[in-house]
Design a protein around this ligand. Structure first.
Ligand SMILES: [Zn+2]
Ligand SMILES: [Zn+2]
Length: 250
């Protein structure tokens, strides 16, 4: 099983860190988690035309940095033929409306493969894995979730964008891998609980106790990112900063 970080950045253009996207691969299956700008190119860097091989696309929320390459992906899948297997989208509440308004018009009900769109409340059992979701504290007008994939007794958690929440700590307990956003810079006061700072990431990691912690959703200032890493490391040693095309074997 392998997780590849396609984008470790945010909504702000950054030449080193693309917008959020992660590829989870196991038993020949490919799951994309979020699809910000350049996700398609990042997939292409891993393997030519690997975008044709995706089985599932999980979206944490519909902010542009997490979805803006979905239209490009569907456009190329429709016209660059060669995909026949079903594609399953999973998103939070109201994701179906987003799909119908912004993505279905690209397909126009006309392509060589079936598309399923599901909204997740708390969990789904798929053929060979289980996934749980929890609503995150992010923005008031957008539904956002974190995902926990349970595959072959391994737990891989993707926080999406979120503010501090004890419920998330319970949800992410004892994961094999926790990919946690750490957006707020060390110089910024986190007056708004819609993203995490390094101290909060450390607190979550200490309480949730993952085997491995990766900090992501990082801004351009790499000195500041290093400071975030040091702050978290003091409390939770098994932590690394995400970087684009980082591979994590499980
Ligand atoms: Zn974001
Ligand atoms: Zn967001």
């Amino acid at each position: 099983m392998k997780v590849t970080v396609l984008g470790s950045g945010t909504f702000i253009p950054n030449l080193k860190r693309n917008a959020p996207g992660y590829l989870l691969e196991f038993n020949g299956k490919k799951i994309l988690i979020d699809c910000g700008s350049s996700t398609l190119l990042q997939l292409e860097k891993i393997k030519s035309e690997s975008y044709k091989e995706l089985d599932y696309i999980f979206i944490t929320h519909t902010h542009t940095d997490h979805v803006s390459d979905l239209d490009a992906l569907l456009h190329v899948l429709k016209w660059n033929k060669g995909r026949e297997k079903e594609l399953v989208f999973v998103g939070p509440k109201e994701f179906k409306d987003f799909y119908l308004n912004y993505l279905e018009p690209i397909i126009e009900g006309n392509c060589d493969f079936k598309i399923m769109v599901k909204e997740i409340e708390d969990n789904f059992n798929f053929e060979d894995f289980n996934v749980e979701a929890i609503r995150t504290k992010h923005t008031d007008n957008t539904n956002s979730v974190a995902y926990k994939f349970i595959i072959d007794n391994k737990r891989i958690i993707f926080s999406g964008d979120m503010g501090y929440d004890e419920k998330f700590i319970e949800f992410s307990q004892d994961g094999d891998l926790l990919i946690l956003e750490c957006t707020i810079s060390t110089t910024e006061k986190n007056g708004w609980n819609g993203h995490l700072n390094a101290e909060q990431c450390a607190e979550i990691a200490k309480k949730a106790n993952p085997k491995k912690l990766i900090l992501t959703h990082l801004h351009k200032d790499e000195k500041d990112n290093q400071k975030k890493l040091e702050i978290v490391k003091k409390e939770f040693p098994n932590v690394e900063l995400a970087y684009d095309l980082m591979e994590i074997e499980l």
